[in-house]
Design a protein around this ligand. Structure first.
Ligand code: NAD
Ligand code: UGA
Length: 443
C-alpha cells in the first residue's frame, strides 16, 4: 500500500518505519528541512530504542523515504496519516494549527480519492474541521475529488514506541465510511494477525477514546501520589499498598507507581485539553481538575523534602541529580519533573550537577547560560562534593549502584529518591539518610 505520513516526530517516524517494515511504500513528510536532511542520511533526531535501525533498514530496502515536498508527498499515498503536534494553547485546549495546516496542504494537491487519517491526539469534532479544511482547498481549485477522514489515535509509549506499535493492545479506527474502514483494516491486519484487536467505531468515539485512555492513566498516577503522601503521615508503606491493591485483577499492577508526578508531551496537555472540551460543552470533569492539580503539587515533592531537611535557603549547598528525561529510555524533556526540581534548587541558591544517560545534551540546551548548573558524563561524577543525591528518573543504571562509592563521593550521605529505587532497610544498613516517596524515611 502507498502511505504518506505527515509529521516526522515520535509518532510519524514510528508509524512510517513500522508500516514500511510490513512492506508498505512509505513517504514521510516534514516541514523542518534540517530534520528531513538528517533523516535522509539515516540520522534520527530523537532517542527511541530500535527506531534508527528500523528506519535505516527500510530506507535501504527502498520502502521508506523522507521529503519536505508537500505536493510529492500528497501525490504518493492513498492513505495520508496526519501525525503532527497538538500542543496546549494558552488556555490548555489543543492547538490545532498544525493539524489544520496539514489538512489544507492535502486539499491543495488532492486529485484522487484518498483516506486522510488523523493520528494526532485531537479533541472531539476535529475530524469535521479537517474535512472542512480539505474541502475549502478543493473548492478554491474547483476540484471535485472525494476523500474520507478517519480517526486512528496512537497509543504508543515513548521508550517502547516501536514495540508498542508492532504489538498493539488495540487499534482504534473511527470512521463511518466502509471503503476507508476496509483500507485501514488492510493496513493493520498484518500487525494483529492472531488477535482481533481492531476496534471500529464512529469518529467522535474514537477521538474521545484517546483522551479517555490518557486521562484514566493520569488519574491512577495522581491517586497513587496522593496515597503515597498519605502513607507517609500514617506510617504506612505505599510499596506494600501498591502490591496489595495491584493483585486485584480489577485494579492491576500497571501504572500504580508513585513518584514525582507525570511528565512528557502527552499526559499533562491531554488532561488539560479534555478538561477544556468538557468545560466548553458544560460538563467539567471535576476529577480531572484534581488530577491536574495533584500533579502540579507532586512535581515539587522532592524540593519540599529537600527544604524540610536543609531549610529553604539553599545557598552554599550543592546537589547531584540523577535523571533528567521525563521517564527512562527517552531523551524527551517535555514537562519533565527534573526541570521543576532544578529550577527550584537554583532559585533557592543551590548549585547542581546533573546526569542523565541520554538527555544531558537536550537539558544543556534547555538551561543554556544558567549559572550554577553542570552536566556530567558519568553518574558518579555528579556526586562529587554534593550535599545530597536526588533521583528523578528511574533509569536501570541507577538501580544497583555501589553505595560505598556514593557515600565516599557525597559530602553527606543523603539520598532523596523520587522513584523508590532502593529498600529503606538497605539504606539503614548502609547508614544513608533516605527520603523515598510514601515509605519509611531513614534519618
Ligand atoms: P513531535 O513534535 O515529535 O513531531 C511533530 C512533527 O510534525 C515535527 O517534526 C514538526 O516539524 C512536524 N510538522 C508540524 N506541522 C507540519 C505540517 N503541516 N506538515 C508536515 N510536518 C509538520 O510530535 P509527536 O510527539 O510525534 O506527537 C504528534 C501527535 O501524536 C500529538 O498530537 C501527540 O499528542 C500524539 N501522540 C504522541 C505520542 C508520543 O509518545 N509522543 C504518543 C501518542 C500520541
Ligand atoms: C503515554 C501513554 O502511556 C501512551 O499510551 C500514550 O500513547 C502517550 O502517553 C501519548 O499519548 O503520548 P508516555 O507519555 O510516553 O505515554 O509515557 P508513560 O510511560 O505513560 O509515562 C508518562 C508519565 O507518567 C511519566 O512521567 C512517568 O514517569 C509517569 N508514571 C508512569 C508514573 O509516575 N507512574 C506510573 O506508574 C507510570
Amino acid at each position: 500500500m502507498r502511505i504518506t505520513v505527515i509529521g516526522s516526530g515520535y509518532v510519524g517516524l514510528v508509524t512510517g518505519a513500522c508500516l514500511a517494515e510490513y512492506g508498505n511504500q512509505v513517504v514521510c513528510l516534514d516541514l523542518d528541512a534540517e530534520k528531513v536532511a538528517q533523516l535522509q542520511q539515516g540520522n534520527v533526531h530523537i532517542y527511541e530504542p530500535g527506531l534508527e535501525e528500523l528506519i535505516r533498514r527500510n530506507m535501504q530496502a527502498g520502502r521508506l523515504h523522507f521529503t519536505a515536498d508537500i505536493g510529492a508527498s500528497v501525490a504518493h499515498g492513498t492513505i495520508q496519516f496526519i501525525a503532527v503536534g497538538t500542543p496546549a494553547d494558552e488556555d490548555g485546549s489543543a492547538d490545532l494549527q498544525y493539524v489544520l495546516a496539514a489538512a489544507s496542504n492535502i486539499g491543495r494537491y488532492l486529485n484522487e480519492y484518498k483516506v486522510i487519517v488523523n493520528k494526532s491526539t485531537v479533541p472531539v469534532g476535529t475530524a469535521d474541521l479537517v474535512k472542512q479544511a480539505v474541502q475549502a482547498q478543493l473548492d478554491l481549485r474547483q476540484q471535485r475529488s472525494s476523500f474520507s477522514v478517519v480517526s486512528n489515535p496512537e497509543f504508543l509509549k515513548e521508550g517502547a514506541a516501536v514495540d508498542d506499535f508492532m504489538r498493539p493492545d488495540r487499534i482504534v479506527i473511527g470512521t463511518e465510511d466502509e471503503t476507508a474502514k476496509d483500507l485501514m483494516q488492510a493496513i493493520y491486519a498484518p500487525l494483529v494477525r492472531n488477535h482481533d484487536r481492531i476496534l471500529s467505531m464512529d469518529l467522535r468515539s474514537a477521538e474521545l477514546t484517546k483522551y479517555a485512555a490518557n486521562a484514566m492513566l493520569a488519574t491512577r498516577i495522581s491517586f497513587m501520589n496522593e496515597l503515597a503522601n498519605l502513607s507517609e503521615v500514617l506510617g504506612a508503606d505505599i510499596e506494600l499498598v501498591r502490591k496489595g491493591i495491584g493483585s486485584d485483577p480489577r485494579i492491576g499492577y500497571h501504572f500504580l507507581y508513585p513518584g514525582v508526578g507525570y511528565g512528557g508531551s502527552c499526559f499533562p496537555k491531554d488532561v488539560q485539553a479534555l478538561q477544556q472540551t468538557a468545560m466548553q460543552f458544560g460538563e467539567p470533569l471535576k476529577i480531572l481538575q484534581a488530577v491536574h492539580d495533584v500533579n502540579r503539587l507532586q512535581k515539587n515533592i522532592l524540593l519540599n523534602k529537600i527544604m524540610a531537611h536543609f531549610g529553604s535557603d539553599l545557598r552554599g549547598l550543592h546537589f547531584a541529580v540523577w535523571g533528567l528525561a521525563f521517564k527512562p529510555d527517552t531523551d524527551d524533556l517535555r514537562e519533565a519533573p527534573s526541570l521543576v526540581l532544578i529550577e527550584g534548587l537554583l532559585a533557592c541558591g543551590a548549585t547542581v550537577a546533573a546526569h542523565d544517560p541520554v538527555a544531558n545534551d537536550k537539558a544543556a540546551q534547555y538551561f543554556a547560560g544558567r549559572a550554577g548548573l553542570q552536566f556530567t558524563e558519568l553518574p558518579m561524577q555528579a556526586l562529587e562534593q554534593a550535599n545530597a543525591l536526588v533521583i528523578v528518573t528511574e533509569w536501570k543504571a541507577f538501580r544497583s549502584p555501589d553505595f560505598a562509592s556514593i557515600k565516599k563521593s557525597l559530602r553527606s550521605a543523603i539520598i532523596f529518591d523520587g522513584r523508590n529505587l532502593y529498600e529503606p532497610k538497605r539504606m539503614k544498613a548502609e547508614e544513608i539518610s533516605y527520603y523515598p516517596i510514601g515509605r519509611e524515611q531513614i534519618l
